[in-house]
Design a protein around this ligand. Structure first.
Ligand code: HEM
Ligand code: HEM
Length: 273
């Protein structure tokens, strides 16, 4: 990949497209194309969609599907760790400070005076809610167990009462998360169908066309080092949790309870009755 392509995928102005339209990137005399969402953010989003879908379906199915639930859950943990770091070192539109829904921004948006690019202040509220709820969901899952044969990797660190409480929250939060995802999809459908905003394509291709004169947040030195560091920290977190054990404790075909009774100490803290 040539370096201009790489830099555009990391959030820089697509100077080629701007030149095609006969304008320079700095002199925005006509509509110009920018990379709105950098490639790592898009990979994060669509991986998150896949992993959350698998986690919700396998969580609801339970039983023999729980080991897959644990794996999907750990992938989500890794994605969330990555996103937390990318919100600090990522390209401009990925940074939390860039789209933090401050009262001033929210007021400007509600009065129709917001002229930014990226998550609008109201959308940013739902982004933070989604990321926060997903983090709580994953955290409670790590300490929970299904009372049969599956325990989160950190379940052994807490006593039965705390484990049961985490599991209860995990079940309760799952309903809230499903509702929030439904709201996310409804909001996007509203913007696309009613307000005719092209939101979905930029989340796939990264590209978005700005009207003349529209300013947008410039990228701030995103490089391979920031990306590799974020990926490395996220991968380390996932490997550490996977290594902590407790994920699948019984083969899918084995009867769950006898396997648990015979399980070595520490494999699951679930009582055997
Ligand atoms: C399990 C399902 C989903 C989850 C958990 C989810 C989560 C998220 C999150 C966390 C963000 C913020 C991205 C960021 O970190 O900055 C986001 C943004 C976005 N998502 Fe989803 N998403 C889901 C499904 C979908 C689907 C199916 C679509 C497309 C039809 C979609 C389209 C978008 C778009 C267009 C944005 C950017 C919104 C904007 O322009 O401000 N999402 N999503
Ligand atoms: C954000 C990611 C996650 C989502 C969306 C999710 C979703 C769900 C859902 C929908 C259920 C079924 C709840 C019910 O029975 O009503 C469930 C159960 C469960 N999840 Fe997760 N989960 C996630 C992460 C995790 C993680 C990381 C672990 C641990 C590795 C985990 C461990 C469990 C356990 C032990 C149960 C069984 C609780 C019970 O007995 O019902 N989950 N999860």
């Amino acid at each position: 990949m040539s370096s201009p392509d790489l830099s555009s995928d990391f959030g820089a102005v697509d100077r080629g497209a701007a030149a095609d339209r006969g304008v320079s990137a700095s002199a925005s005399a006509s509509a110009w194309s920018v990379v709105l969402w950098d490639l790592p953010l898009r990979v994060f989003h669509w991986s998150l969609v896949a992993a959350v879908t698998v986690a919700v379906v396998t969580g609801e199915l339970g039983g023999a599907w729980m080991p897959w639930h644990g794996r999907a859950g750990l992938v989500i943990v890794g994605l969330l760790v990555f996103r937390a770091l990318w919100g600090v070192v990522g390209s401009a539109t990925s940074r939390f400070t860039q789209f933090a829904p401050t009262p001033a921004r929210l007021l400007a948006y509600l009065r129709g005076r917001w002229r930014g690019v990226g998550h609008n202040p109201l959308g940013a509220l739902s982004v933070f809610a989604l990321l926060g709820l997903l983090s709580l969901q994953a955290a409670t899952g790590l300490f929970g167990n299904d009372d049969i044969a599956f325990a989160g990797p950190l379940n052994r660190l807490v006593d039965d009462v705390a484990g049961a409480r985490a599991t209860g929250w995990h079940r309760w939060l799952a309903d809230g998360l499903i509702a929030l995802v439904a709201l996310h999809l409804l909001a996007i459908a509203f913007h696309v169908i009613v307000k005719r905003h092209r939101l979905v394509r930029p989340m796939i291709t990264g590209r978005h066309t700005l009207e003349p004169g529209r300013d947008w947040p410039r990228p701030r030195g995103v490089g391979r080092f920031g990306l590799l560091s974020a990926v490395a920290v996220a991968a380390t977190a996932v490997l550490a949790l996977a290594g902590a054990g407790g994920t699948p404790v019984a083969p899918a075909s084995a009867p769950a309870r006898p396997a648990l009774v015979a399980a070595p100490a520490g494999a699951a803290s679930t009582p055997a009755w």
